[in-house]
Design a protein around this ligand. Structure first.
Ligand code: 4AZ
Length: 249
């Protein structure tokens, strides 16, 4: 996250940190005790697809520190990359991880780990609506390493027409993507925030509306962050996870 502020995991307890061997790879969101929603492109570098080497942590505020009292660690039992994920344009950039703890269980609810709600299928929020993003991604586009601590920031939803204008991204934006940014281009998601959540409050609750997907640079003028439109995937998520009460969190 460029700009924004440091935040304890208790403020975003659905944030998951995904590692490949000992290396931090991506963020994710806990949508059910056994399921983490993330981005498909987190696994498209080839090496990330060996699920035996993947681990998922919940309850982590510092990426390189063990916080035994608060964190929960998991292996990945199943990696489901969207069947229509297109790695050339990042269309359908969404994936599910079925997680399993060492003792065979799933996530245990605590102050530092809980599920987030998926928005009802056809919820549409107006342009200009303020939402929040969180992650361990870089604090500058050309940073040398990821943020040591979890950060969060606020971004506003952009009109699809604006994001599809030639000045922004033109036809790179599909109907499965939306853009969000800050009016002064000072804050944004960045490398390493991928897979993590964009949350918006609707009717008094927080919902997972977006998955951090891509962008040209970070906090660059006219190049907002691009997010996977989670509401297009309610059915896909329900089918793949077998969860029926998926909108109720
Ligand atoms: C990335 O490389 C990335 N500014 C993620 C988000 C954004 C840019 C790059 C958005 O993972």
């Amino acid at each position: 996250i460029v700009g924004g502020s440091f935040t304890p995991i208790e403020s975003h307890p659905w944030v998951a940190a995904l590692f490949h061997q000992r290396r931090f790879v991506c963020g994710g969101s806990l949508i059910a005790p056994c399921w983490v929603l993330t981005a498909a492109h987190c696994f498209s570098d080839g090496e990330g697809t060996n699920i035996k080497r993947l681990s998922v942590y919940l309850g982590k505020t510092a990426i390189n520190d063990t916080d035994a009292d608060r964190e929960q660690s998991f292996t990945v039992k199943k990696l489901i990359i969207h069947q229509k994920y297109n790695e050339s344009n990042y269309n359908n950039d969404i994936a599910l991880l079925k997680i399993k703890s060492r003792n065979g269980g799933c996530a245990v609810r605590s102050a530092s780990a809980r599920t987030v709600c998926l928005p009802p299928s056809h919820t549409q929020l107006p342009a200009g609506f303020q939402c929040s993003i969180a992650g361990f991604g870089m604090e500058r586009f050309a940073a040398w390493h990821y943020s040591q601590l979890l950060k969060q920031t606020e971004v506003k939803l952009l009109p699809q027409t604006e994001c599809k204008s030639q000045l922004y991204y033109g036809d790179l934006i599909t109907e499965n993507m939306f853009c969000a940014g800050s009016p002064d281009w000072s804050t944004d998601a960045c490398k390493g925030d991928s897979g993590g959540p964009l949350l918006c409050e609707a009717s008094g609750r927080m919902f997972l509306f977006g998955v951090v997907s891509w962008g040209e640079g970070c906090a660059s003028r006219n190049k907002p962050g691009v997010y996977t439109q989670v509401t297009n995937y309610n059915k896909w998520i329900a089918t793949k996870t077998g969860l029926s009460k998926y909108t109720k969190g």
